[in-house]
Design a protein around this ligand. Structure first.
Ligand code: NDP
Ligand code: 8X3
Length: 250
């Protein structure tokens, strides 16, 4: 049985991915900061498979390292790492951006991804196998107005994905990114700091991707024969042609 660790499993894409892996008989480690949600998901998924929860903030490097080091033996050899935890904070022109929002995005989306990877890669190197999926975004490939720092963090994920693939190549470790367009999750609620109406308007007038669509693709990518590495995959709703071009019927 393979073991998968998913960051940001308490919501959206991460939670849907945990459910999809549970259906496919993987041993699952779910991570996040919201303890109640981790417990709820553990209860749900334990009906199907073995589940372990790790409660940590990806910004806290000590706690990331200690949490991952604390994994019981059965869960310690991670076959698949899904670097998914992340969010946008704010959507403002650069001159109006909040420093705290910038810190949050850089610390979570970039440094957090690095801290988690750093804690897991050594065992993958030792075992000469592993698969790392980095969740980027269409914002990793293009910048849109007011997206400045969020787009920069996702461009960094794109660069790190390429760098990891090169550096881990001698050890037979697969590394690839999935870059979703607009997915209806709690993403916009977080971006707009709980303004539910503004958040729901983001997905109005067209059929956005659902987290299950991305989960399905993650399972597909990670179940290819080992010599096949899907290195970089962009996926958008049919109604979306770019970050700013969305065919809305309103
Ligand atoms: P959600 O807001 O629904 O989920 C975000 C997840 O990240 C939550 O589980 C949250 O858990 C976790 N997270 C956030 N901050 C931290 C932190 N400091 N420490 C640990 N975990 C954290 O959003 P999505 O599911 O949409 O986002 C998942 C990924 O997909 C992100 O990287 C996002 O950038 C990317 N993405 C999203 C798109 C979209 O349109 N929705 C499109 C393209 C990419 P908790 O709060 O419990 O810690
Ligand atoms: C999330 C999608 O369009 O807000 O990465 O950048 S978008």
């Amino acid at each position: 049985m393979k073991t998968v660790l998913i960051t940001g499993a308490t919501s959206g894409i991460g939670r849907a991915t945990a459910r999809a892996f549970a259906k496919n008989n993987y041993r699952i480690i779910i991570c996040g900061r919201r303890e109640d949600r981790l417990a709820e998901l553990q209860d749900e998924l334990s009906q199907r498979t073995e589940v372990h929860t790790l409660l940590f903030d990806v910004r806290q490097k000590k706690s990331v390292k200690e949490s991952i080091a604390s994994l019981p033996e059965d869960f310690a050899n991670i076959d698949i790492l899904i670097n998914n935890a992340g969010n946008a904070h704010g959507l403002d022109p650069i001159q109006n951006g909040e420093l705290d929002d910038w810190d949050a995005m850089i610390d979570i989306n970039v440094k957090g991804l690095l801290y988690v990877s750093k804690a897991i890669i050594p065992k993958m190197i030792e075992r000469r196998k592993g698969h790392i999926i980095n969740i980027g975004s269409t914002a990793a490939k293009e910048v849109y107005p007011n997206g400045n720092v969020y787009c920069a963090t996702k461009h960094a994920v794109d660069a790190l994905n390429q760098g990891m693939r090169m550096d881990l190549n001698p050890y037979g470790i697969r590394v690839g990114a999935i870059h979703p367009g607009m997915v209806e999750t709690e993403f916009s609620e977080v971006r707009f700091k709980g303004d539910i109406e503004r958040a729901s308007n983001v997905y109005k007038g067209f059929e956005p991707l659902q987290p299950e669509d991305i989960a399905d693709i993650i399972v597909f990518v990670t179940t290819r024969p080992y010599h096949v590495n899907i290195a970089d995959l962009m996926v958008m709703s049919t109604a979306q042609a770019s970050s700013t071009i969305v065919n809305r019927i309103i």
